[in-house]
Design a protein around this ligand. Structure first.
Ligand SMILES: [Mn+2]
Length: 350
């Protein structure tokens, strides 16, 4: 397939998002690198969300249609697609990290702001001849040999869509479903301030392929095992409100009582952050290894991305996270300390 995007009727000329942050020369180089590769290894960040996995699979579909040999993976110790993303098409492209090429020629990463976010695949990517980084995190460390990074994009899926067109691919329902999962995940169903006209225009292109927005919404947000309600109840029973900060935690023991996998905890932060009296919400989730995965949300005044970066993680102004190897009390003490610094700085700046 000749990557020639200009004369393709399905490439929207006017409605397409304009990612000025990424120079044309970078897109051209990406298309050339991919065009010249027989095998392309795709990687997204660990414990992938809809944006990471959806963007990766969407590009995977196009690469496959170009006749490339592809592998797609993410570097989790326990390799499993989160239940709520199992509806995504193209999962036959996925291989566990052990089957990822040890010295790949070309790697493309999706939605990963640092090499560490690639988990077990970090060393594979480090040994690759070329690494194209497709991402929208402001905290992106511009690793790899070629960055397709635009922090104004609401989702990596917006950049993945561009890559699809530029590779000469066209949207079909499978590709659109993957991209739509990314777009709705990262815009909170078009509710976050990142929801620009370009986001809705992209959504219109995706929905026009005939995908089922109702089914995707139910898969992503409106279903849970019964145990989730019980674990949620424990989390809500412990919830604390202190000085504009609302927080709670969920232990391994909570989950074990109902056989609830860690991944099912993702929605708890969305309930906790509703609290009117709080500008920042935090949920500590103990994973299967006993580490605490800390999810944070801000209503806008405080940059939790900065707080989480200082604590070894990353993310966006309004949504970020990190891993803590300390206990709940110590983790919260450190978080409060860093939060206070960021609050002081932002109130000083006004
Ligand atoms: Mn994302």
């Amino acid at each position: 397939m000749t990557p020639n995007v200009r004369d393709r009727a399905d490439r929207p000329s006017r409605a397409a998002p304009c990612h000025d942050a990424i120079p044309e020369i970078s897109w051209d180089r990406a298309v050339r690198l991919i065009g010249g590769a027989e095998e392309v290894a795709l990687a997204c960040h660990v414990t992938p969300d809809g944006d990471a996995l959806g963007s990766m699979l969407a590009v995977g579909f196009v690469l496959r249609s170009m006749g490339k040999r592809i592998v797609a993976s993410f570097g989790d110790r326990h390799f499993a697609v989160p239940r709520l993303l199992r509806f995504l098409p193209g999962q036959d492209m996925l291989v566990p990290p052990e089957e990822f090429p040890p010295v790949p020629g070309l790697v493309i990463t999706f939605d990963a702001s640092t090499p560490e976010r690639l988990g077990l695949l970090r060393d594979n990517a480090a040994r690759a001849r070329e690494v194209i980084v497709v991402d929208h995190h402001p905290s992106n460390e511009s690793f790899g040999t070629l960055g397709l990074v635009d922090s104004t994009a609401a989702a990596t899926a917006m950049l993945a869509e561009q890559l699809v067109y530029r590779l000469g691919g066209r949207l079909d329902r499978d590709i659109a479903t993957c991209l739509y999962a990314g777009l709705v995940t990262d815009t909170g169903s078009f509710r976050y301030p990142s929801t620009t006209p370009a986001v809705h225009q992209m959504a219109a292109r995706l929905v026009a392929t005939g995908l089922r927005t109702d089914e995707i919404a139910r898969e992503l947000w409106d279903r849970s095992p019964f145990g989730y309600l019980k674990v949620l109840a424990s989390a809500l029973e412990r919830v604390r409100l202190e000085d504009g900060l609302v927080w709670t935690y969920v232990t391994r023991v909570d989950r074990a009582a109902y056989g609830l996998p860690y991944a099912e905890l993702e929605g708890i932060i969305d309930i906790v952050r509703r609290t009117d009296e709080a500008e920042v919400a935090v949920v500590l989730k103990e994973d299967d290894h006993g580490d605490w995965q800390v999810s944070t949300r801000s209503k806008g005044a405080v940059d939790v991305g900065t707080v989480c970066s200082v604590l070894g993680g990353g993310g966006h102004h309004n949504a970020a996270g990190y891993t803590s190897h300390d206990g709940v009390v110590e983790t919260m003490a450190r978080f409060r300390r860093e939060l206070a610094k960021v609050r002081r700085r932002s109130s000083g700046a006004v």
